[in-house]
Write a new protein. Structure first.
Length: 281
C-alpha cells in the first residue's frame, strides 16, 4: 500500500469549504431615489381617495375657469363642421334628429351621458385597486395624464358643442326632453364651461376603461363589455349633440399621450408590471 497522504495546516485551510451561512454574499445594489419612487407598490386607500377627490376638484375648477371665448368657440365649431363635411363624416346632425324622435332611447342616452362617465371610471379604479394593486398606480397615471393634457386642449382650442351651434340646427336633447343629463345643459350650464368640447373626455376615459378591462380582466364577457363601452359612448356623445366625431379623435390623442407618460415613468406598460406587490412600508 502507498504511504498515507498528509496535508499541512495551510493546505487544509485552503481546501476547506466554509458553511453556506458563513460565505460572503455580495450586497444587492442600492436603488436610486428615482427607482424607489417609480417602483410598483401597493396603493394606500386613503391616499388614493384623497388624490382622486382633489384631482377631480382641480380638474373641474380649471376646466370651468378657462375663458369661454364664445365667438371663437363658435367659429371653431363651424370650421370643424366644414372639415367633417369635406371628409364625408358629417352625419352628427342626421343621427341627432333621428334618435331624438325615439323618446325612450334618447332619454336613456341622456342619463347614460350624465352618469356612466363617472360610475364606470370609478368602478374600474376600485377593481384595479383590489385585483391588480401592482398595476394600479401606473394605470391611474394614464388617466391623470390624459386629463391634464385635455385641460390644455380646453384652454388652447375653445369649441362649442354641436347643440350650441348657430349655423346648423342641432337638438339639445336634455333641454327638449327635460331630463337630468349634461352639466352643460339646463340649470347647470351657468356653472360649467359651455365651450370645452375638444377633446372629449367621455371618449378618453371610456377607452381607458375599455383597454384596462380588455387587457387585465380574465372573463371573456368582461373583455367584450370593455370594448363595447367606448363604442356605445361614442354613439351617445354624437346622438345627444354634445360632441363631434373629431372631438373623440382629440380624446384618443390625449389618451395616447397619457399612456406614453405612464410608460416612460414606470419603464413598462402598466399591464406588464407585476399584478401583486408587497405592502408599502
Amino acid at each position: 500500500m502507498g504511504a498515507p497522504i498528509t496535508r499541512t495546516t495551510e493546505e487544509a485551510r485552503v481546501t476547506t469549504v466554509a458553511p453556506a451561512d458563513e460565505r460572503t454574499v455580495a450586497p444587492a445594489p442600492r436603488r436610486t431615489v428615482s427607482q424607489r419612487i417609480r417602483a410598483p407598490r401597493r396603493p394606500r386607500i386613503w391616499f388614493e381617495i384623497t388624490l382622486i377627490a382633489v384631482s377631480y376638484w382641480t380638474y373641474s375648477l380649471i376646466r370651468n375657469a378657462v375663458p369661454e371665448q364664445e365667438a371663437q368657440a363658435l367659429r371653431n365649431a363651424d370650421w370643424l363642421w366644414e372639415a367633417e363635411r369635406a371628409l364625408g363624416i358629417a352625419v352628427e346632425q342626421s343621427l341627432n334628429h333621428a334618435v331624438n324622435g325615439v323618446t325612450w332611447l334618447i332619454v336613456t342616452m341622456n342619463y347614460y351621458y350624465a352618469t356612466l362617465h363617472f360610475i364606470v371610471t370609478i368602478g374600474v379604479l376600485v377593481w384595479l385597486y383590489r385585483r391588480h394593486p401592482g398595476r394600479y398606480a401606473a394605470t391611474r397615471t394614464v388617466l391623470f395624464a390624459t386629463t391634464a393634457v385635455a385641460l390644455l386642449g380646453y384652454y388652447l382650442y375653445p369649441l362649442a358643442p354641436p347643440r350650441l351651434m348657430e349655423s346648423v340646427h342641432f337638438i339639445d336633447t336634455v333641454k327638449v326632453h327635460g331630463t337630468w343629463g349634461s352639466m352643460a345643459s339646463g340649470d347647470m350650464a351657468s356653472v360649467s364651461n359651455q365651450y370645452a368640447a375638444m377633446p372629449s373626455m367621455h371618449i378618453g376615459w371610456s377607452v381607458w376603461c375599455g383597454i384596462t378591462l380588455a387587457l387585465l380582466a380574465a372573463p371573456l364577457w368582461v373583455k367584450v363589455l370593455g370594448w363595447l363601452y367606448p363604442a356605445l359612448t361614442l354613439v351617445v356623445i354624437v346622438c345627444t349633440a354634445n360632441h363631434f366625431w373629431l372631438d373623440a379623435v382629440g380624446g384618443l390623442v390625449c389618451l395616447g399621450i397619457g399612456y406614453a407618460v405612464s410608460c416612460a415613468w414606470y419603464g413598462a406598460p402598466a399591464h406588464r408590471l407585476p399584478r401583486l406587490v408587497p405592502t408599502s412600508p
